[in-house]
Design a protein around this ligand. Sequence first.
Ligand code: UD2
Ligand code: MN
Length: 354
Amino acid sequence: MFRTAKMIRKLFCFLVALILLRLVFLAKVFINSKDSFLTSTAIQYLLANGNYTFSWRVKETEDRKVSQGTTHMPASMNKTLGPCTDPPPNLVGPLRVEFNLSLTLEEVRKEISRPLQEGGRYKPPDCVAIQKVAIIIPFRNRHEHLIQWLYYVHPILMRQQLDYGVYVINQDGDGLFNRAKLMNTGYVEALKQYDYDCFVFSDVDLFPLDDRNIYKCFDNPRHLSVAVDKFNFILPYGTIFGGVSSFFKNQFLKTNGFSNTYWGWGGEDDDMYKRTIFRGMSISRPDSQTGRYKMIVHNRDLHNEVNPENAEKVGHAETTMDEDGINSLKYTVKEIVKDALYTFITVDIQAPAS
Ligand code: UD2
Ligand code: MN
């Protein structure tokens, strides 16, 4: 009897030990499963809500892309942009231009401005442009021509996949007009806005008739408007450099820009031709099909009469060019207005009365 009781106690202790072991084991299993539950829930939550370890990794990749020279875009549009192809893929060649002089600026804004940034700025959305181009338009009181220019030329420049901005340089007051000084002013003012490397100077009334005539810069200063309807689609003389021209920044600085002293109509383009040649450069031109242009028929403007002194001045270009140009340019900015389609800069260029 006494022995049996001893055995029962031993058996009881053994069973208690077994139960305790089982409890310890169950507790461990429970704790482990809780850990893994927490971990997977945390991952799902953080993925859904943007864990910072995760987004930090994305950002690190972005930074690497940027330092490799790609365009930094909003996080939602992250992608690496390659260089735009040369020639651009969407050009159509010859164009039809029929002026619609009843078109309003508001209508053009509605139709054209969607891809533009304020001030008439554009960058191709899917590639890095080959050049950063400032388009400079010397201007006074030609609003109806400007509307047509914006309507026809913006879409061409977009197809040409340029990183560009349009600067209309408006001469303040009724003094004698000075196209060349306005263009120098445009060069300086555009550079204050963006790091342009190429400058295209264009009359407001000239329309390219072929979009393969790219508004960019070349190994030599370029004369783009080589076949204008007004001149029966031929060069009226071999050294003509008026209309539309383009210069890399360093080419323009070599010539000291344009002369500032050509008041009234004529001569300023011939002076620039001479500057270009005197600085050891030549004039590059497209062929006469690609370089076709249409000009709006117009009368000579008030305060821009032919100036007979200008023709004589061209003869002295070589001796005056080092002191007369970008390095002697003086003007005052009266106002800068950024429209959706262009940047309009009104300047006082100290014009003599006409
Ligand atoms: C020729 C040249 C032009 C220039 C000019 C002589 C071509 C195709 N064109 O054009 O580049 O050399 O002779 O100066 O070779 N403007 C205004 N408001 C004015 C006056 C002029 O906005 O009151 C601007 C406008 O951008 C105009 C440009 O200056 O297109 C040239 O003036 P223009 O059109 O009267 O000269 P045009 O056609 O004889
Ligand atoms: Mn004209």
